[in-house]
Design a protein around this ligand. Structure first.
Ligand SMILES: [Mg+2]
Length: 281
């Protein structure tokens, strides 16, 4: 291992996490099958009645627009998380790698990253995602899954483990990794495998051992519901300003990662919210 280790590695989802809108949902809602039909598929995926891969493919296949026009449309409409540029700057200054692990398609992410953050970011941020196959006249296109045998289409946990291995980390938590910290930031169903991997690597079964990894799950989105349902430790965020504040406390002030885990607090709050809604019906 190099002695010049970064203090942490950041793995982040792209759609709806670094960007405010999910590009694929945006295309499906506005150019494809429309939001009501998409939400029906989403419910089936959330309830494990349909794989993410197959549901996602069906959504994308409903979009008749040529791929280049889809990119143009997204460049006009998709916005960056308001705190991301400062977060990116902090990570760059501290030599903290940012790795995008996405169920989207690489050409869309690259075009948006260039447009929203800048050309330099494209050379600094590694993108691990699905690809696209476009026919010769440019009109027809289809998603090419990174892991076609996985029900996620892209198994984010596999990409994270490969990244760690390729960069000389055993699994990010053993002694020879000198306590490198890992953060995962996400919002949706496709982040589940990455979230579970982090929980596994952190060995959260031992309460005396401080976690070495932290999952940031976006407020009000599906990943939080999954984390509460499946007991995956997480902390909540609204935008990358929150992520940066918490990361600074962990890296600069040495705050314990355990102290950020919010499963029971958020579960209680959402239960209370549900009760309020029920009683006002
Ligand atoms: Mg997402």
């Amino acid at each position: 291992m190099s002695t010049d280790l970064p203090p942490a590695i950041v793995f982040t989802d792209w759609d709806g996490t670094v960007t405010l809108q999910d590009s694929n949902d945006y295309l499906t809602d506005n150019l494809g099958m429309g939001q009501p039909a998409r939400l029906k598929i989403n419910d089936l995926i959330f309830d494990n009645k349909l794989s993410f891969r197959d549901g996602f493919k069906e959504m994308l296949e409903s979009i008749p627009t040529p791929f280049n026009e889809c990119i143009e449309y997204l460049l006009k409409n998709v916005k960056l998380d308001p705190g991301f540029k400062e977060f990116y700057k902090f990570c760059h200054e501290r030599n903290i790698p940012i790795v995008v692990v996405s169920s989207g398609m690489t050409p869309i992410i690259t075009a948006l990253l260039t447009n929203l953050v800048g050309q330099e970011a494209v050379s600094k941020i590694e993108i691990l995602s699905n690809d696209v196959r476009i026919d010769d006249n440019g009109k027809n296109w289809e998603i090419v899954f990174k892991d076609p045998d996985s029900h996620f289409g892209h198994d984010k946990s596999k990409s994270i483990l490969n990244y760690l291995k390729q960069h000389g980390y055993s699994n990010g938590t053993s002694d020879d990794d000198q306590g490198i910290k890992m953060f995962y930031i996400g919002d949706g169903v496709s982040d589940k495998s990455g979230a579970e991997l982090l929980a596994k690597l952190s060995d959260s079964s031992d309460p005396t051992k401080d976690l070495q990894s932290l999952l940031f799950a976006k407020h009000g989105k599906d990943l939080i519901k999954i984390c509460i349902r499946d007991n995956i430790p997480f902390t909540e965020f609204n935008d990358f300003g929150d992520v940066l504040n918490k990361m600074k406390k962990i890296i600069d002030d040495n705050d314990s990662i355990n102290s950020f885990v919010e499963n029971s607090k958020i579960a209680k709050e959402s239960e209370e919210l549900k009760n309020v809604k029920e009683s006002t019906k």
